[in-house]
Write a protein that binds this ligand. Structure first.
Ligand SMILES: C[S@@+](CC[C@H](N)C(=O)[O-])C[C@H]1O[C@@H](n2cnc3c(N)ncnc32)[C@H](O)[C@@H]1O
Length: 275
């Protein structure tokens, strides 16, 4: 099995590096590969620009450390702010198991009261992954995340996409729910929808720009992965890698942003964008 604490190998590397066969490459990598690719590039650029190998990263709503622990394993110092004591407990355990406890700090707090618990302007990178869907006021939550950045810093924003949910409900035969989500101000398909809010790429980029950042890149995440029956991917050797390559190639194309399950926006402070 591959080590779940390690970031997936860059999909770009997959084009030149032979892939290990089937079971060694978990389907889970499909869900995060595009985000890791963009995030690692952005952090590498910050490392070069600052001359510091180890960056200060804030993971708002970082939960149990899906990103925080692998980032710490890359050598960065990561602070996770999350309201859930259970998630923070799991984070502590994962960080200890991965041998990075000294580089991961979990703090109980939320996006709205961020500066009650962390320093304003103290971070080279801020992650806001899967959080704007849940906060009371996404614009305020994002402004706080951005205010935690140093003058030269990057924001990694990941949020649920509206179009991906509409497509998924329709392909499952739930046409009324798909129609409901399409017209709902929060992009929800009904009372039973577990997601409080979804976004279009335009809404997310407007939020990022409204918080004073330059949009560096937008990527569609999980364009195909959630729609493809598992049996098609798990039985044929090499199919998972082919799907991963397809995801990475489609992620950059605006035409696919409108049907992605999630959208990733990379934001840069104006000083970082000019550097
Ligand atoms: C879908 S999980 C995402 C976890 C992690 N960022 C990841 O990508 O794996 C959403 C997280 O947001 C946290 N959360 C919910 N409301 C929040 C708020 N107002 N401020 C900050 N985090 C919040 C939850 O506790 C949970 O850990």
């Amino acid at each position: 099995m591959s080590d779940p604490m390690r970031p997936p190998v860059s999909p770009h590397q997959h084009r030149t590096t032979p892939l290990r066969p089937g079971p060694a490459r978990p389907r889970a990598s499909l869900r995060t590969a595009v985000v890791w690719e963009v995030l690692r590039d952005a952090l590498d650029r910050r490392v070069k620009a600052t001359g510091r190998e180890s960056l200060d990263v804030l993971d708002t709503g970082g939960g149990s450390g899906n990103f925080a622990v692998p980032l710490a394993a890359l050598g960065h110092r990561v602070t996770v702010v999350d309201p859930s004591p259970n998630a923070l407990f799991a984070l502590e355990r994962r960080a200890a198991e991965a041998g990075v406890a000294d580089r991961v700090r979990g703090v109980q707090g939320d996006a709205h009261g961020l500066f009650d618990v962390v320093e304003r302007g103290g971070y080279d990178a801020v992650l806001c992954h899967g959080v704007l869907e849940y906060v009371d006021d996404p614009a305020e939550g994002l402004r706080n995340a951005v205010a935690a950045l140093r003058a030269e810093g990057v924001l990694s924003l990941l949020a649920a996409g509206l179009g991906g949910a509409v497509l998924a409900r329709a392909l499952a035969g739930h046409f009324k729910e798909a129609r409901q989500a399409l017209g709902d101000p929060d992009g929800r398909w009904g009372e039973g929808d577990p997601m409080p809010r979804r976004f279009t790429a335009e809404q997310l980029t407007a939020l990022v720009e409204g918080a004073g950042l330059t949009v560096g890149a937008v990527h569609g995440v999980r364009v195909f992965a959630d729609l493809v029956p598992g049996v098609l991917v798990d039985t044929e050797p090499g199919t998972l890698d082919a799907l991963l390559e397809l995801e990475v190639a489609a992620a950059e194309l605006p035409a696919f942003h409108s049907v992605a399950t999630q959208l990733h926006v990379l934001g840069e402070t104006p000083a970082a964008a000019e550097a």
